[in-house]
Design a protein around this ligand. Structure first.
Ligand code: MN
Length: 258
């Protein structure tokens, strides 16, 4: 049987499970909040054009307003100054949007410490158990933060010292960017960097290192708990916004069940 027929057959009889990694996109979807004097993105909104009424008797449709970096979304290299000469979101090759993924589960550590940072030795320890990081694939960093994603306050977890959400250390971000064959990093939090990463040296190391190396970010993912440590395939679908720095994205995982 042709391989695509095999795939469809396997999806229909649930030998391949399809798991949605995408957060609902609505007005309440959390968005990042930067302090003064920085600009901020707007939350997602629907603007009704007609709904089976005098404005359009047989049809319902809306305009939408959203940031590129709202909800589950894709960061293109050009999002960061270090990647300014790299791809915009419309230029990411479609073949890069279907890729293997591994899941590193540090949800227990993040529950104990919201400022938890992934270090190189943690990733190497994971590799010793599960094998190398996938060539051209995603490292999906599970922190349990998706459980907070219906509340802006719980999701950003900010106090007078700023947001407190788990992330990746400066050294580990640089190592992932420069020494591994990954295509990108996926997280459950509002951005790929830790909440406290504004104060790191250099600041926002995941953005700076990974996007500067031509790699990608996927944020506000859900349901990583349903994925195996290895073996999933992720299909990420950002809109091809010409010149865009990123895009809201449908992220779907395929998981083979034995
Ligand atoms: Mn982003």
């Amino acid at each position: 049987m042709p391989v695509l027929d095999q795939l469809i057959s396997a999806i229909r009889d649930a030998r391949v499970e399809v798991i949605d990694l995408t957060a609902p996109l609505e007005a309440a979807t959390p968005v990042i909040r930067l302090p003064e004097p920085f600009g901020n993105t707007r939350p997602f909104a629907l603007h009704e054009i007609s709904r089976y009424d005098e404005r359009g008797p047989a049809w319902y449709w809306n305009d939408i307003s959203t940031g590129e970096h709202t909800g589950t979304h894709f960061d293109a290299p050009v999002h960061w100054a270090t990647g300014r000469d790299g791809e915009d979101v419309s230029q990411v090759p479609v073949t890069r949007l279907i890729a293997p993924a591994v899941v590193l589960d540090f949800s227990a550590e993040a529950a104990a410490d919201p400022d938890y940072l992934l270090e190189i030795e943690h990733v190497k320890g994971w590799e010793a158990e599960h094998g190398p990081l996938p060539d051209g694939g995603w490292l999906l960093y599970r922190t349990g933060w998706d459980a907070r994603s219906r509340s802006q306050e719980a999701f950003l977890n900010a106090n007078e010292t700023g947001p407190h959400t788990p992330g990746i250390s400066v050294g580990c971000a640089r190592w992932l960017a420069q020494e591994t064959p990954l295509a990108g990093l996926g997280v459950e939090t509002v951005g790929t960097d830790a909440g406290a990463a504004h104060s790191f040296d250099p600041p926002f190391p995941c953005h700076a290192s990974l996007l500067g190396a031509g790699k990608y970010g996927l944020t506000q993912l859900q349901n990583l708990a349903r994925l195996p440590a290895t073996g999933a395939v992720v299909i990420a679908g950002p809109l091809p916004i010409t010149g865009g720095s990123g895009s809201p994205c449908r992220a779907i995982a395929l998981v083979e069940r034995s």
